[in-house]
Design a protein around this ligand. Structure first.
Ligand code: HSE
Length: 315
């Protein structure tokens, strides 16, 4: 008796943007915010030659590779490989709202979207923890992929036992804070922004950052938002990256003058993230845009909610 081969399976995944580092938490801290990429994958399991078709729409769509270097495709392949299953023919459709190489986790969104879609096709064989491990190994650090997968504010690290993390998803985060993200018309590929960083750091700077990460997490937990201005200071990456993002320190200072609690480079930049009380978010956005303009850039700000849920499958 011949088994009927299964028909195509279509999965649509919505993945939040993420802002990594939050100042001092280089490669550790990350926050999910309410801007979403969508990826729709159609798997054609049998009777089709393995093939790949990629299409993209939305503001960042021109930057999405349509060949095997596509990150969502690579992530899906990796998961099928881990499952020991032959890779099917796939068609991937992206709706891209996150700026590519913009500092809001576009590459993590592609990886996470691919993994969640592939896991659905594999009948949820892998746990969220498994997906976190795979996403972190593909991305190299957990600070964007974690909040993209689980939502909220996350602190994650790679230990001998794998990725260890905590996530903070209290409703107060979404109620008390807005993420004001200001993106200048600049592209900063993460790789380039990482090459600029020194291999060794001064002990004083290491202590400074450790203290500031502790302060940041305590300030959030205790709702001492007045401490965020200090807590979001950094000495491990921003000082070096400021030359890729001219005006960075001025944009941060402008956000704070306009009433934001604190601000920092978002991921590797060039987006700058400010955490502001809801009633000061619009003024912070205007002030950050104006600061980038003074340095010769066009910038676009968005006021986003903190997103307490991670990637999910949508109908
Ligand atoms: N932690 C990473 C960095 C985030 O700052 O390079 C961007 O991938």
């Amino acid at each position: 008796v011949e088994k009927k081969s299964p028909g195509p399976l279509s999965v649509r995944v919505r993945v939040p943007a993420t802002s990594a580092n939050l100042g001092p938490g280089f490669d550790v801290l990350g926050l999910a915010v309410g801007l979403f990429d969508e990826i729709r994958v159609t798997f054609r399991p049998k009777g089709h030659r393995p093939s790949l078709r990629v299409s993209a729409e939305g503001p960042g769509s021109a930057d999405i590779p349509s060949d095997a270097t596509n990150l969502a495709y690579r992530a899906m392949r990796r998961l099928f490989q881990l499952a020991g299953k032959p890779f099917p023919s796939v068609e991937i459709q992206f709706t891209v709202r996150l700026p590519v190489a913009g500092g809001l986790g576009s590459s993590s969104a592609a990886i996470v979207g691919g993994l969640v879609a592939a896991n659905a096709a594999l009948k949820d064989r892998f746990s969220v923890d498994d997906l976190i491990e795979t996403a972190t190994s593909l991305e190299g650090h957990p600070d964007n992929v974690l909040p993209a997968l689980v939502g909220g504010l996350c602190a994650g690290m790679v230990t001998e036992k794998g990725v260890t993390f905590v996530s903070w998803k209290d409703a107060s985060l979404a109620r008390d804070l807005r993420a004001v993200v200001c993106t200048p018309n600049l592209k900063v590929p993460t790789e380039r922004a990482r090459r600029l960083l020194p291999a060794r750091v001064d002990r004083k700077d290491a202590v400074f950052n450790a203290a500031h990460v502790a302060l940041f997490l305590s300030a959030i937990k205790e709702k001492r938002y007045d401490l965020l201005g200090e807590a979001m200071a950094d000495r491990l990456h921003q000082p070096y990256r400021a030359r890729l993002v001219p005006g960075l320190m001025d944009v941060i200072a402008s956000a704070r003058r306009a009433g934001a609690y604190g601000a920092a480079l978002s991921g590797a930049g060039p987006t700058v993230l400010a955490l502001a009380p809801p009633e000061k978010a619009a003024a912070s956005a205007r002030s950050m845009d104006a600061a980038f303009q003074r340095h010769g850039f066009r910038a676009r700000s968005m006021i986003l909610r903190i997103e307490l849920r991670g990637a999910r499958i949508v109908r």
